[in-house]
Design a protein around this ligand. Sequence first.
Ligand code: HEC
Length: 121
Amino acid sequence: MRYLFIAFTSACALLFYSLTPLHGAESGRVAFEKRCTGCHALDHEKSGPRLAGVFGRRAGSLSSYPYSKPLKKSNVVWNEATLDKWLADPDSVVPDSDMAFRLNNPQERAAIIAFLKGAGK
Ligand code: HEC
């Protein structure tokens, strides 16, 4: 009986783990692909600017992308704090910028920011 119980609880744990969309090292990449790649890629412009190397970059600083004026003129540098605010509510960082998107889940924001931090140039 006890073994049945152990088998049952570990099956439940496994099921729960696999149903949780954000787990392990890949969570940031998966969330990025789900949430951001409709408008962004890492290495080329889409309707939004490329995001490889965005961590540590000054906002609106790629010459290859036609940013909104407010973003271009902002003196924001992308780091954990500014990215977290930007993803939760872009207008709270740069009013009248052009990113029509909000991500309310703080864990997902953190996972995506960690992913972008490691996403090269
Ligand atoms: C609906 C389309 C859309 C989605 C979805 C979207 N973005 Fe954007 N993003 C944009 C646009 C458009 C801009 C340019 C804003 C401007 O010029 O004011 C932008 C700008 C940015 C910038 C500033 C880049 C720079 O070079 O200064 C960052 C960082 C960013 N997005 C991150 C993200 C992340 C991370 C996600 C996913 C969680 C995401 N975006 C989802 C459209 C989108």
